[in-house]
Design a binder for this molecule. Sequence first.
Ligand code: PDD
Length: 283
Amino acid sequence: MSDIVYLNGEYLAKHDAKVSVLDRGFLFADSVYEVIPVYHSIPFRLTEHLTRLEYCLRSIGLAHAFAAFEWQALIQSVIDKNKGGHLSVYIQVTRGRDKERSHVLDKQTPPTLLIMPMPLSTDVAALKAIRVTLLEDFRWQHCDIKTTALLANILLRNQAESLGFDEAILQRDQYITEASSSNVFAVINGELITPPKNQLILAGITRDLIIELAENASITVHQQPLSLAQLLSADEVWVSSSSREISPISHIDGKIVANGQIGPVATKVHQLFQSFKQSLVNS
Ligand code: PDD
């Protein structure tokens, strides 16, 4: 079940919840968001998601008065009202509803807070290869902020979809940044390479966990620039996100990656990921 949302202090049916036309989130995409997977009613990597949310709120100068335990209680209340299980919790904080449309901020305006459950695809528990295209990254210079200003990501993703691909891997000046809604990993000689955290990528929570799990299993991980040439000659390429977990890439623009099979490093890290998830449920 994913029908009841929290909006500014009220629990409402998803289809009845409404935000004003003067809300800055609607008018200017003046807002940030989070997507947190929930397995067996337990939010996954909650502290990490909340830390990123706080970072994004701070980055756009949006003061929000919640402490971590308050976020936690509110998120859990939405999970419980929707009868728990597996779902995805979407959080959006906008800079609130203005009196009139104005570029200039009114610092007194209280933020708008939405916490909305969404269905979570559980078929990611099995590794499934996808096909991607390479596109020019024409987004802004603050991709580290998880803002709802996603027009560029959406245009890129839909360009990929309209050409029959599942995702778009993005490049700037011959170097890979990330994908339209996921981070990118390459395996070269058994070692993992992923672009470093900076303003050109979103610091994915799944990315961080993959790095942690791989390093614990003595797989070398390099967080360093990944060139287009390295990507195209890699032994394995994957993308990662909260909703996809790990998706190995079989084809880039129709060209087979290595032998087109799901590679041994993806298989290993995927197993570690599933065991990690299971251990949280058992604990
Ligand atoms: N997207 N990079 C971009 C541009 C993203 O939009 C996402 C996630 C990621 C991966 O981050 P994480 O591992 O924390 O999910 C990387 C989410 C799922 C979305 O917009 O729905």
